[in-house]
Design a protein around this ligand. Structure first.
Ligand SMILES: *Cc1c(COP(=O)(O)O)cnc(C)c1O
Length: 434
């Protein structure tokens, strides 16, 4: 059924990249291979090496690489000269997507939200969301949270916590207050209480916000998972203070936490939701912003963009919705696999006194230092396992396997992680004992 990954071991010639590609490249530095093919949970390099993918394009490939049903839908569409680019014109592909999204996702969840097609990346969806919130409320300030990650364009970057990323802006990042996320001050401080207190105090210095922007699980910020109670409180606080609740579901959505949206069954519905990453299901750029109908106060073309609605992505997204989301089976599989992942990570954490993080199939293990975490992920890569870190100090080893992964292959990858972690801990121990 599967065999242990066989990385190529030989380092390819990277001189072209060093000479011509911008220094901004990042993942390629930790994984200096040239990849040429991928299917399911496997990636291949040009030296014949094979790698198990526990990164999934940062949760962009929830259904794995080149899922055969999605791929066939796209091949058929291209072969029939389907519209590739149509600005925001009505097309068969857009019609099928909207119809399917309404029928399979929105209606069964009682959501009457409208669908705004933004530019194709996640940050575009976030920009549209906060711009709309400011327009509708007439307020300027947005509340975001510590360790939040929302994208790299100025508005979304202002909502992002990471200092290195923020430093790239080159101008002041303003009109955002970063409030403590759930658990930021440890288990004994309820940060929802703090936010409520600050917003209710006319002398706190916190301006009335247009929106509260939150991730239910902080994908880049260390896999901190907010409790449903905390999120419900935040939703209530937003409502009480005339702010719109925006859930950034770009990484946690599309099934990653075990339901299509990461906030399902929590007893609140956001005013605005952003989706991107796994929305197309095949890694094609595609983002959207969902908004309650009464918020849809845009003038035609007021928020524009050449690539709003990628027709090829409409086709693969529609195929993914039809294949995975028409009933509860896939969600149930993801939840079960998430439990398996949780118990395996817990076992590793218990062994070394570490802690686990996350929810569903979006989990990790906080090993306390970025140095140790990157030592482990580098050793994993050398053994044929693609895995990354997350968190303020990159201290969390993050498992983002494709949701479709076989239980046995998931266990096998976790065995590899456990072995590399054990080796790193023994090496650490040996150094400490010297
Ligand atoms: C990745 C991500 C974004 C930004 O998406 P891009 O496609 O990289 O612009 C925004 N919010 C969250 C939660 C993300 O994980």
């Amino acid at each position: 059924m599967f065999t242990t990954p066989q990385p190529s071991g030989t380092r390819p010639d990277t001189r072209l990249y060093e000479r011509r590609e911008s220094a901004v490249r990042s993942y390629a530095r930790a994984m200096p291979r040239q990849f040429n093919r991928a299917e399911g949970v496997w990636m291949h390099d040009d030296q014949g090496g094979r790698y198990l993918d526990f990164l999934s394009g940062c949760s962009t490939l929830n259904y794995g690489h080149n899922h055969p049903i999605l791929k066939q839908a796209l091949l058929d569409y291209v072969a029939a000269d389907g519209i590739a680019h149509g600005l925001d014109l009505h097309t068969d592909a857009k019609h099928d997507f909207l119809d399917t999204f309404e029928r399979v996702i929105l209606k069964p969840r009682g959501m009457d939200h409208r669908v705004m097609f933004t530019g194709p990346t996640g940050t575009n969806a976030v920009e549209a969301a906060i711009k709309l919130a400011r327009k509708v409320t007439g307020r300027q300030m947005v509340i975001a949270f510590t360790n939040g990650f929302h994208g790299m364009t100025l508005g979304a970057l202002a909502c992002t916590g990471n200092a290195t990323k923020r430093g790239g802006a080159g101008v002041p990042l303003s009109h955002v207050a970063h409030e403590p996320y759930d658990g930021y001050y440890g288990p004994d401080v309820d940060t929802a209480d703090l936010l409520e207190q600050r917003l209710s105090d006319p002398s706190s210095g916190l301006d009335a916000p247009a929106a509260i922007l939150v991730e239910t699980v902080q994908g880049e910020g260390g896999l901190n998972a907010a409790s449903p109670e905390w999120l419900r409180r935040i939703a209530g606080i937003a409502r009480a203070h005339g702010a719109l609740l925006i859930v950034d579901d770009i990484q946690a959505g599309c099934g990653r936490t075990g339901s299509f949206f990461s906030f399902e069954d929590m007893g609140f519905t956001p005013d605005i939701v952003t989706l991107a990453k796994s929305l197309s299901g095949m890694g094609l750029p595609f983002a959207l912003t969902l908004l309650r109908p009464e918020l849809d106060q845009w003038l035609p073309g007021e928020h524009n963009g050449t690539f709003r609605g990628n027709n090829h992505a409409f086709v693969t997204a529609t195929a993914a919705l039809r294949h995975f989301w028409q009933d509860d089976r896939f969600a149930g599989d993801v939840q079960r696999r998430g439990d398996l992942l949780a118990s395996r990570l817990q076992r590793m954490a218990d062994r070394y006194g570490f802690e686990t993080r996350g929810r569903g199939m979006m989990r990790g293990i906080n090993v306390g230092s970025g140095e140790l975490a990157s030592q482990v992920t580098a050793a994993c890569f050398d053994a044929g396992l693609i895995i990354e870190t997350s968190g303020a100090h990159d201290e969390v080893i993050k498992v983002l396997a494709p949701l479709v992964i076989d239980d046995a292959v998931l266990s096998h990858g976790l065995d590899m992680l456990e072995a590399r972690l054990g080796e790193a801990m023994r090496a650490d121990h040996a150094i400490a004992a010297e």
